[in-house]
Design a protein around this ligand. Structure first.
Ligand SMILES: Cc1cc2nc3c(=O)[nH]c(=O)nc-3n(C[C@H](O)[C@H](O)[C@H](O)COP(=O)(O)OP(=O)(O)OC[C@H]3O[C@@H](n4cnc5c(N)ncnc54)[C@H](O)[C@@H]3O)c2cc1C
Length: 440
């Protein structure tokens, strides 16, 4: 029955949407997600532009539907290791990493995390908050199953503790769990592995990590989010005080041809999310002074230019067309001065802020070349997955029967609606291609 079975790699919004579309058409879907929960980046966002809907309120029902759908088998904390065969008959090996918690027994009550004595930085909160060593990545995680982070667990590292096991009434903690290899037969595959964020330490004059109050936009998303490390209070990391003046710098690592960066492309969503976050800050504190430093405003798509116009007219957000070159910090006040070339007057100027947000490029996943090799598909010059015909088959890859959707195909409009559209397109292509294969 492999013609009715499909593998989807990556459980962000694109992978979730493709899974639901195919499952609702009667396909058996195997959704492989590398991390302990599906959800992807959308789960980390506070609100989504341009409607300002709560991101999780849209995502969580889809995650739950995916988790409970009779035609979807979730393989979380898992990775694809080998793919053989061709359209209509792929043989896939998946490695399921040990969580050290039995998925069939864990009730997701959270008592194990409460009792665990070890705290480590929480990657879901961009390391701005802490989590326990036995944890669920976030409240709405699917599946609602805890995972033990072996590298930081006292039992695995020092041979003492077992507190989580003692308090687990469901008897789900299993320190002897082993990696499991699962073999699947599927007719087609969708890759939906999304993106990583550019590391702004590669541009030392911006002082990221040297200056505490220079943060990235994804860090800001977590600081603005009610479920984030500060309960939604925007505070300066250096002193915990509310910033009164905030700057956004666009195109950090995007449209940058410098040899060691080599990202000539526009990441295509940063202008839109910067305006969204600026408006959100204004809604938290109407007195905040906000300036967006930009090369040119690329807020394309339905309703976006109107959104930018509102940001200027209704919220009083300043837009400065310029190339910031350097940020310096006052050692006493920790205030940050941005030195920039004003592209209109062609003069060097400076402005001082309490907090600076770097809108960093969206780049291919670190392991995208390796995954492309496993699947036999090609990547473009930047390591995004390549479509052989961007005009008439935009979600195909270079291998028949393997499709792609979402940001792993590189920036198009790059946003959530675009990812969902591509996901539905990839699902429709699978239905079409497998129907053809079945006829033969
Ligand atoms: C700061 C910021 C703010 C944004 N704000 C908005 C907004 O307001 N509105 C909007 O429309 N868009 C916004 N976006 C864009 C939005 O985040 C993306 O459009 C969306 O997340 C793309 O979804 P995706 O499923 O393609 O990728 P992702 O969300 O990255 O999901 C990919 C999933 O695949 C998994 N994965 C990766 N590699 C593997 C592997 N090898 N095997 C198995 N699984 C793997 C990942 O763990 C992840 O769960 C924002 C982006 C950023 C950076």
């Amino acid at each position: 029955m492999e013609h009715k079975s499909v593998l989807i790699i990556g459980g962000g919004i694109a992978g979730i949407q493709a899974s639901l579309d195919l499952a609702n058409r009667g396909f058996q879907v195997y959704l492989v997600e590398k991390s302990p929960s599906i959800g992807g980046r959308m789960a980390q966002l506070d609100k989504t532009f341009p409607t300002m809907d709560c991101s999780m309120c849209i995502l969580a029902p889809k995650m739950i539907e995916c988790g409970h759908h009779p035609n979807v088998k979730l393989l979380t904390y898992s990775e694809v290791k080998e793919v053989k065969g061709s359209v209509g008959n792929f043989k896939v090996k998946v490695l399921k990493k040990p969580r050290f918690v039995d998925e069939s027994k864990c009730t997701g009550c959270g008592i194990c995390s409460e009792k665990c004595p070890i705290k480590v930085p929480n990657e879901f909160d961009m390391n701005l908050g802490m989590r326990k060593t036995i944890y669920m990545p976030f409240l709405q995680a699917v599946p609602r199953v805890a995972t033990i982070d072996k590298d930081n667990c006292l039992l695995f590292q020092k041979g003492v503790c077992e507190i989580c096991q003692k308090f687990c009434q469901a008897g789900a903690v299993d320190f002897d769990q082993q990696p499991e290899e699962i073999t699947l037969n599927v007719g087609a595959i969708i890759v939906a592995t999304g993106f990583d964020m550019f590391n702004p330490e590669q541009i030392p004059p911006f002082g990221y990590k040297r200056y505490k109050d220079v943060i990235t936009a994804m860090e800001l998303e977590r600081l603005l989010c009610a479920s984030g490390p500060t309960g939604g209070q925007l505070v300066r990391p250096s002193d915990g005080k509310m910033p009164k003046s905030i700057a956004f710098i666009q195109c950090v690592g995007s449209r940058d041809r410098r040899e060691w960066i080599n990202n000539a492309y526009c990441s295509s969503i940063c202008c839109k999310y910067a305006v969204k976050d600026a408006v959100l800050i204004k809604e938290h504190d109407s007195h905040a002074m906000i300036t967006i430093f930009y090369i040119d405003m690329r807020a394309f798509g339905r309703g976006f230019q109107e959104f930018v116009n509102r940001a200027k007219a209704e919220y009083g957000i300043n837009f400065t067309r310029s190339n910031p070159g350097e940020i310096t910090e006052d050692p006493e006040t920790k205030r940050l001065t941005i030195w920039f070339e004003d592209n209109v007057t062609r003069t060097v100027k400076s402005l001082t802020f309490d907090l600076v947000v770097l809108c960093t490029a969206l780049v291919p996943r670190k392991d995208s070349a390796e995954l492309a090799k496993t699947l036999g598909i090609e990547t473009d010059n930047y390591r995004f997955f390549k479509s052989p015909d961007l005009i008439s088959r935009p979600v195909d890859t270079t291998v028949p029967g393997i499709f792609a959707c979402g940001y792993c195909l590189g920036p198009k409009t790059g946003d959530i609606p675009d990812s969902v559209t591509q996901a539905s397109a990839a699902a429709a292509r699978i239905a079409e291609v497998l129907a053809e294969v079945t006829k033969q």
